[in-house]
Design a protein around this ligand. Structure first.
Ligand code: SF4
Ligand code: SF4
Length: 188
């Protein structure tokens, strides 16, 4: 198929070509909001709901109940990481921002654990799929903490120790209810 070029005519009329009227309209909107906020604050009539922004960090808006904060890695009863390096979360992650290098667990109660567990918070799209995919309740996004601004790219990568420092013991049963859960449920 032949490629054609569509020529678009320049906007006609002095109003469209100079943008002066558009600039004046924009300035009028800015001045209207400025005078409304300034006069309102002078007489104490400026309400939180009147303005689109808040003077952060002095004032903070409450987060929605299902807000997703920075990740954390949960711990087992013995303080070890709950993660068994099953690789479900890096597989499901659409941003490919989770890196796990597994190693054999010395505890003997689980087969594997992560030797390296890193999350690149600058690539993360905060979808929460890693939390949904985890079969061990090992990773959560319920810290309520924002990703902090960083000066170096490498500082945005959270390592295992960072993630564990925000973790806590999970109330979930490690490995689920275990074998014969139907029989146990019937007898209880
Ligand atoms: S929240 Fe989504 S993008 Fe971020 S690490 Fe988890 S799966 Fe990946
Ligand atoms: S899904 Fe859970 S257990 Fe599996 S690697 Fe990710 S954090 Fe670890």
């Amino acid at each position: 198929m032949a490629t054609t070029v569509k020529t678009v005519a320049r906007p006609a009329g002095i109003r469209r070509q100079t943008y002066l009227i558009a600039i004046a309209e924009g300035l009028a909107v800015t001045f209207r909001h400025f005078s409304k906020n300034f006069v309102g604050s002078l007489f104490g009539r400026r309400k939180h709901t009147d303005i689109a922004t808040v003077p952060y960090p002095e004032e903070k808006k409450p987060y929605p109940e299902r807000n997703r904060g920075l990740h954390r890695l949960m711990k087992r009863d013995d303080g070890e990481v709950r993660c068994v390096a099953c690789m479900m979360c890096p597989t499901v992650c659409p941003a490919h921002c989770i890196t796990i290098v597994p190693e054999e667990s010395p505890s003997g109660t689980i087969e594997k654990r992560p030797k390296i567990f890193e999350i690149d918070e600058l690539r993360c799209v905060v979808c929460g799929l890693c939390v949904e995919a985890c079969p061990c309740d090992a990773i959560r996004m319920d810290t309520g903490i924002h990703a902090a601004p960083v000066l170096r790219r490498a500082d945005a990568i959270l390592e295992k120790d960072d993630l564990l420092s925000r973790g806590d013991k999970s109330t979930a049963t490690q490995g689920g209810a275990g074998a014969f859960w139907r029989e146990k449920a019937k007898s209880s």
